[in-house]
Write a protein that binds this ligand. Structure first.
Ligand code: GDP
Ligand code: MN
Length: 383
């Protein structure tokens, strides 16, 4: 589970890592008083689960409260890598002398942890990794619980840090490791870790991911509202289906995860790409299927839909009626092919035939996919 920057920072602060003064706002009307409360000059920061906010214009410096209001107006509602900005963090502007990169990750491949540091923070970690001159130094840690601060200091000394900076950064790194272990994190990244002109060290950014399997013992984190800012994923959560937005143009509705993935594989093997993953689970109702069809049709990127249903516990007659309902409520005429088998299949097929919906009445998903792709090449379908 990803945390917002301000949530990550508050975890850091619990472990004594200095963070800038700041406040979050969800409404533009609150910006002026919040900004004045924080500092004369503030940085207005979009709170989304996406990196690269700075480059996207989601991190802006305001010289006074009025400017903060204006910038907040620009940033609120912005789309950053598919995440819509619904919350802002207003933070005291830092007088930055130097930016470092510091992170701890779970290194599952090697069954250990890794502390990473670079004295060229602020930029994309990918860029850092590809530039040997600015390379990230890595320190592998077998056991976070027996880690000593001096071990970190010895590691960081090799990067050329010394004196107060060395001890300051070491202290932050040590606290980051403690936070990582105590809160069951899989990623804790501070980029940039800032040294101000006054010599203070602060975490100016926070990227934190919590191990989902540990949420049962991180109750406060479990209780945080998840960010679902993709409008389709938001709607899918309301409908009650498992849904992941993807970047292809073939919409998929499947009654099981395996069936959905198999459908995606077959699409892929034919050079097509899924627009989504959608699994209904075992609770199919007429309404649920109608809503799912409507959801896919409301996505302009979707140019065709394949419905792949198997009725073991799921009622296929309700499913067929749901498909018809869903299509009826839409004006877009893109091709749709339904593959449907299982209980009440004859009744279901009759409903689909009457509605003149292309239906595959055998186990061959490949057939349904091929039919759909041919239709899609042929252009618009008639409803
Ligand atoms: P990201 O782009 O999503 O990683 O967002 P960051 O929080 O890392 O902000 C991007 C960049 O904005 C940082 O690398 C800093 O250079 C700059 N920045 C962030 N906070 C401040 C600040 O308080 N003062 C100044 N001058 N720059 C800041
Ligand atoms: Mn950053």
């Amino acid at each position: 589970m990803k945390l917002f920057e301000h949530e990550g920072k508050s975890l850091f602060a619990d472990f004594g890592i200095p963070i800038p003064r700041g406040r979050t706002v969800d409404r533009l009307e609150e910006v002026l008083s919040a900004a004045r409360d924080v500092a004369p000059e503030v940085v207005v920061k979009a709170q989304v689960h996406a990196g690269g906010r700075g480059k996207a214009g989601g991190v802006r410096l305001a010289r006074n409260g009025e400017e903060a209001v204006a910038l907040a107006g620009e940033i609120m509602g912005m789309d950053i890598q598919g995440c819509s900005v619904e919350r802002l963090l207003l933070e005291e502007a830092l007088d930055i002398e130097k930016e470092f990169y510091l992170s701890v990750i779970l290194n599952a491949g090697k069954d250990n942890f890794m502390l990473m540091f670079s004295s060229f923070g602020g930029m994309d970690v990918e860029d850092l990794a590809h530039d040997p001159g600015k390379g990230i130094m890595c320190f592998e840690i077998e056991d976070l619980s027996s880690l000593h601060e001096y071990e970190i200091r010895n590691f960081l000394r090799e990067s050329g840090l010394s004196g107060k900076t060395l001890s300051g950064v070491s202290s932050v790194a040590f606290r980051l490791c403690r936070c990582f272990r105590a809160r069951d994190l899989t990623l804790a990244e501070i980029n940039p870790l800032v040294i101000t002109r006054e010599g203070d060290i602060l975490a100016a950014d926070a990227k934190v991911e919590v191990d989902d399997n540990s949420l049962f013992r991180q109750k406060d984190l479990q209780a945080l509202p998840p960010e679902v800012s993709d409008p389709f994923e938001k709607r899918a959560a309301e409908i009650g289906i498992s849904y992941v937005q993807m970047d292809g143009d073939v919409g998929i509705i499947a009654s099981g995860a395996g069936l959905a993935m198999n459908t995606m594989d077959i699409l892929e093997s034919k050079g097509a790409r899924a627009a989504n993953f959608l699994e209904t689970g075992g609770g199919i109702t007429r309404e649920l299927i109608a809503n799912s069809v409507e959801l896919l049709f409301s996505n302009p990127a979707v140019k065709g839909v394949v419905v792949n249903l198997y009725g073991g516990v799921n009622p296929m007659l309700a499913a067929a009626n749901g498909v018809v309902d869903g299509l009826r409520s839409h004006t877009r005429s893109i091709p749709i092919v339904v593959k449907l088998l299982g209980n009440q299949q004859e009744e279901a097929w009759r409903i689909l035939d009457e509605a003149r919906i292309l239906t595959v009445k055998s186990v061959h998903t490949e057939k349904a996919v091929t039919m759909l792709l041919e239709k899609m090449e042929g252009g618009e379908d008639e409803l």
